[in-house]
Write a protein that binds this ligand. Structure first.
Ligand code: NAD
Length: 377
C-alpha cells in the first residue's frame, strides 16, 4: 500500500495531513509513504524530518500521486489529475453545498472519505478531527482577541492603581467554546457563556464560567440525539436576542462559535448590538466560514466598526498550524489504521462498518453517501 501526502495548494492552508510520527506508524503497518516536497513547511516540518521518518520525498504533486492507493490531504482536492483510479482520498471534504465537487470525485473513480462526518461515538474519539481542530480554534480565538484588545485581561492590582479584569462572553459552548472559556479564565478574565443545549450549562460552570441562556421548554429539548443543537424557532431567537442585547453591552470581548450541522450559522449578534459595546471591545467570530454569527464580520479580515474590532479568521486552527497538524495527523492515522487489512497490508473498505458508512462519500464511480444523493448500503 502506497500512501501519498500532498502539499496543500491553497495559501490559506498551512496544515498538513501527516507528521513524522504518523508516517512512522504507517510504516509499521507495512505501508510506503511519499510526501510531496514542502507539504509540512507551514507546520514547521521540513522535508528532511519526513525523510528521517521513512517517507520518500516527491518533487511534484504528480510524482507523489504515482501509484498511490491512499491520498491524504487536509482539504478536498479541487482537481484530480494524476490521482490513480480506485485510490482512497481522506480529507476534510466540506461536502455540504458542494455536490458538484463530489460528482467530480466520483467520476475520477476515487473513494472519498469526509473526515468531518466521523460519527461521535466512543470508538471514533481518537479520529475526531472536528474536536481536535475546534479545541485549538477556541484557544487561538482568545489569543487573537487578547492581542487586538488594547488592555490587560486579568485584574491587576499595582502601586499605580488597579486594572479591572476583562469581561469575556462566549456564545456557543461546544468544543471550541469550552476551550475559549478555559483559556479566557486562565488569562484572568471574568467569563460568561451561552448555548441552546442544556448540557452546556454544567460544562460552562465546571470551567468557572457563568451560564446565561433563555431556559424555556424549547431549550430543554434543543439537543439532538447526536449531541448537536437544533435550529431554534423565531420565537426563541427573539427571546435570546433580547438577553444578548442586554448582556453584550457590558462585555469587552465576545467570542462566537455557534454552529448547526449542515445549516448556515445562526445569526446571534446584530450591528446594533455591536454598536452598543464599549469602544475598544473585540469580537471574534469562529462561525465566519458558515456565514458567521455576527453581523459585519468579514472572512479573513479584521475590521473596526463603531470602535469595535471584528475578527473573522476562517481557518483559526491553521493559525496554530504545528499543533493543528500534529493532532490532525493522529486523527487521520486512527481513522485509516482500522481499514488496513493486517494480512494483505492493503486498504479494505467495509461499507457495513459504521464509521466507513458515515464518512464514505464516493466509491466505485458514484456518490454513495445517502446525505448527498447516494444509495445507502
Ligand atoms: P458545534 O460546532 O456544532 O456548535 C458549537 C456550539 O454552538 C454547540 O454547543 C451548539 O449547541 C451551539 N449553538 C448552536 N446554535 C446556537 C444558538 N442559536 N445559540 C447559542 N449556541 C448555539 O458543536 P460541537 O463543538 O461540535 O459540539 C457539539 C456536541 O458534541 C457537544 O455536546 C459536544 O460536547 C459533543 N461532542 C461529543 C463528542 C464525543 O462524544 N465523541 C466529541 C466532541 C463533541
Amino acid at each position: 500500500m502506497r500512501i501519498a501526502v500532498l502539499k496543500e495548494p491553497r495559501d490559506d492552508e498551512p496544515r498538513v495531513a501527516a507528521t513524522p510520527e504518523s508516517i512512522k506508524k504507517f510504516k509499521t503497518l507495512g505501508a510506503d509513504v511519499v510526501v510531496e516536497s514542502g507539504a509540512g513547511a507551514g507546520s514547521s516540518l521540513a522535508d528532511e524530518v519526513f525523510a528521517e521518518a521513512g517517507a520518500d520525498i516527491a518533487q511534484s504533486r504528480q510524482a507523489a500521486l504515482q501509484g498511490a492507493d491512499v491520498v491524504l490531504t487536509v482539504r478536498r482536492p479541487e482537481e484530480f489529475s494524476g490521482f490513480p483510479e480506485g485510490a482512497a482520498v481522506v480529507s476534510l471534504m466540506d461536502p455540504y453545498g458542494h455536490e458538484e465537487a463530489l460528482k467530480k470525485m466520483a467520476e475520477a473513480k476515487l473513494s472519498g472519505f469526509a473526515l468531518e462526518l466521523i460519527p461521535r461515538i466512543t470508538r471514533a474519539q481518537s479520529m475526531d478531527v472536528l474536536s481536535s481542530q475546534a479545541n485549538l480554534a477556541g484557544y487561538r480565538a482568545v489569543i487573537e482577541a487578547a492581542e487586538a484588545y488594547g488592555r490587560a485581561l486579568p485584574m491587576m492590582m499595582t502601586a499605580a492603581g488597579t486594572v479591572p479584569a476583562a469581561r469575556v462572553f462566549v456564545m456557543g459552548a461546544g468544543v471550541a467554546g469550552l476551550q475559549a472559556i478555559a483559556t479566557a479564565k486562565r488569562l484572568g478574565a471574568v467569563v460568561t457563556a451561552t448555548d441552546v443545549r442544556p448540557a452546556a450549562k454544567e460544562q460552562v460552570e465546571s470551567l468557572g464560567g457563568k451560564f446565561i441562556a433563555v431556559e424555556d421548554e424549547e431549550f430543554k429539548a434543543a439537543e439532538t440525539a447526536g449531541g448537536y443543537a437544533k435550529e431554534m424557532s423565531a420565537e426563541y431567537r427573539a427571546k435570546q436576542a433580547e438577553l444578548v442585547r442586554e448582556h453584550i453591552a457590558k462585555q469587552d470581548i465576545v467570542i462566537t462559535t455557534a454552529l448547526i450541522p449542515g445549516r448556515p450559522a445562526p445569526k446571534l449578534v446584530d450591528a446594533e448590538m455591536v454598536k452598543s459595546m464599549k469602544d475598544g471591545s473585540v469580537v471574534v467570530d469562529l462561525a465566519v466560514e458558515r456565514g458567521g454569527n455576527v453581523e459585519g464580520v468579514e472572512a479573513d479580515k479584521q475590521v473596526v466598526k463603531d470602535n469595535v474590532t471584528l475578527i473573522g479568521i476562517v481557518n483559526m486552527a491553521g493559525q496554530i498550524a504545528a499543533s493543528a497538524s500534529a493532532l490532525l495527523a493522529r486523527n487521520i492515522y486512527a481513522f485509516v489504521e482500522p481499514m488496513v487489512d493486517k494480512e494483505t497490508k492493503a486498504l479494505s473498505i467495509n461499507r457495513e462498518d459504521q464509521i466507513v458508512a458515515a464518512t464514505l462519500l464516493t466509491h466505485g464511480g458514484a456518490v454513495v453517501h445517502p446525505q448527498f444523493g447516494g444509495e445507502p448500503v
